[in-house]
Structure formats: structure tokens, C-alpha cells
Design a protein. Structure first.
Length: 126
């Protein structure tokens, strides 16, 4: 189920994190995590207590997190308030600094806009 990009970093911890979730959410989470993990300079870590996969950049620090939930997957950008809104993809105006993108099974992952947002988030502090 997991792509080769994800396997070396997340194998058991990642599988344990998504195991209780419905299969469509597991698949969506795996695809989204693989996309983010493939972005140059990012390293990820499963945070079991937070029920998330957090991504850091050596110069920029914490960039984003993926939160799989029973009915959706959320991509949270730590400093999302400072980012462009990704063509309306990011929501969370009531939050102090973060913004997020919610996906549900069946949604197409907006690959290019996410890549642009990741690059922008890294450039803020790198």
C-alpha cells in the first residue's frame, strides 16, 4: 500500500497510525504523505501522540503536518497565514498562524498547488 518513498521512513509507525482508519482514508493518506515526503529537503516523522506525520526542513523548521482522520485527511501548514491561499485551497482564517487543506476520499490531490505551497513555506524561513 505504501510507496517506496514512504516505506523506509514510516513503514511500521505509519502503518500503525493509519490502521484504525477506513481503507479509502488510508490510501488517501499514503498518497498525500508520499507527495509531501518527495518534496526536496523535507524529512518526516510519525508523531503517534499527535496522530500526525510532521515534516521539517533543515533551515525552515516545521513546515507542515498530515493529519489522517476517520473521514478526511488534513494537510496543515505551520505558517499558512503567511502563504498565498493556494488558489483558494487553504482554509482556517480563524487560526493565528496556520492554514490547512482538507481532502476526503475521492478528491483529486492538487499536486502542483501543494508543491508550490511547500516551496513557499520553506522559502519563508530558509
Amino acid at each position: 500500500m505504501l510507496t517506496s518513498v514512504v516505506d523506509p521512513v514510516y513503514s511500521h509507525a505509519f502503518a500503525d497510525l493509519i490502521a484504525p482508519l477506513p481503507e479509502p482514508v488510508q490510501a488517501l493518506t499514503a498518497r498525500l504523505v508520499a507527495l509531501v515526503a518527495a518534496h526536496p529537503g523535507l524529512t518526516g516523522k510519525v508523531m503517534a501522540g499527535w496522530k500526525s506525520i510532521n515534516f521539517r526542513h533543515a533551515a525552515a523548521g516545521h513546515v507542515c503536518s498530515v493529519f489522517p482522520q476517520v473521514d478526511r485527511v488534513t494537510l496543515y501548514f505551520e505558517h499558512g497565514r503567511l502563504l498565498s491561499q493556494g488558489d483558494g485551497l487553504l482554509i482556517g482564517d480563524g487560526l493565528k498562524k496556520g492554514r490547512y487543506l482538507r481532502l476526503v476520499p475521492g478528491d483529486d490531490i492538487p499536486v502542483d498547488p501543494i508543491g508550490i505551497l511547500l516551496g513557499e513555506a520553506i522559502a519563508l524561513f530558509a
